[in-house]
Design a protein around this ligand. Structure first.
Ligand SMILES: NC(=O)c1ccc[n+]([C@@H]2O[C@H](COP(=O)([O-])OP(=O)(O)OC[C@H]3O[C@@H](n4cnc5c(N)ncnc54)[C@H](OP(=O)(O)O)[C@@H]3O)[C@@H](O)[C@H]2O)c1
Length: 200
């Protein structure tokens, strides 16, 4: 996030916040996880690939998109053939995307806790890096599913009261907030990487 706590500008377009050192960290981090997860808001705003550079199909982590009502277009880059993809919708959604697996769980919105169980039991996923955006990260905190929270704070002010932040959604994720314990801080070029462990 930027030094004023924004993930992007008010128009929700992607903006470079990471230093070169942080970009390298993120690329290496993806290799350590079974899966990378984003919400459909990030797919619609940024159209990311969510792959590791030069990795083969089998080396890439599984890409997971939370998309309750099937709003993701067939042309989204996460649907390409560079890595396996699982789209998670609600139970009412009938949309399918060519070449990818669809899991349906939850009424209205995706039931995150159940989705995690299905991913573990049916896809062998043991750990997930949640790359955003703010709506999805807030839901992971609300469901007490965050084991570790890392945030790079870059040397940039974006501004704007409607600009997305790392935990958006409907408001307090928990009464009094979720308490975090700082376990590490590290300067990475023109910014700092903070690592926290939540206590629920
Ligand atoms: N700086 C960064 O590192 C970074 C990283 C990622 C994103 N971003 C920015 O963040 C913005 C996108 O964030 P966002 O908050 O709008 O979108 P998001 O968190 O990526 O996706 C939110 C959407 O996911 C769907 N969803 C399905 N199940 C959900 C659940 N259980 N909980 C929450 N959401 C669920 C919802 O849509 P349905 O109700 O239709 O399912 C919801 O609107 C963009 O501006 C992007 O550029 C920045």
């Amino acid at each position: 996030m930027s030094a004023d706590g924004k993930l992007a500008g008010c128009e929700r377009k992607q903006i470079r916040i990471s230093s070169d050192e942080d970009m390298t960290r993120v690329k290496n981090l993806r290799r350590k996880y079974n899966a990378i997860l984003v919400g459909v808001g990030t797919v619609l705003a940024d159209d990311p690939h969510l792959t590791v550079k030069n990795a083969t199909y089998d080396e890439n982590p599984i890409r997971i998109v939370l998309d309750s009502d099937g709003r993701m277009p067939d042309s989204a880059r996460v649907l390409d053939d560079k890595a396996p993809t699982v789209v998670i919708t609600n139970e009412e959604c009938r949309k399918d995307w060519p070449g990818v697996e669809t899991v349906r769980c939850g009424k209205g919105r995706v039931d995150l806790t159940r989705a995690m169980t299905i991913l573990a039991e049916e896809y062998g996923v043991e750990n997930i890096i949640v790359e955003g955006g703010g709506e999805v990260i807030a839901s992971f905190f609300r469901e007490k599913l965050v084991d570790k929270y890392t945030v790079f704070v870059g040397g940039l002010v974006i501004g704007g009261r409607t600009a997305p932040t790392p935990a958006d959604g409907d408001g307090w994720v928990s009464e009094g907030g979720v308490k975090l314990t700082l376990t590490n801080s590290e300067v990475l070029g023109n910014g700092v990487l903070l690592t926290f462990i939540p206590s629920y």
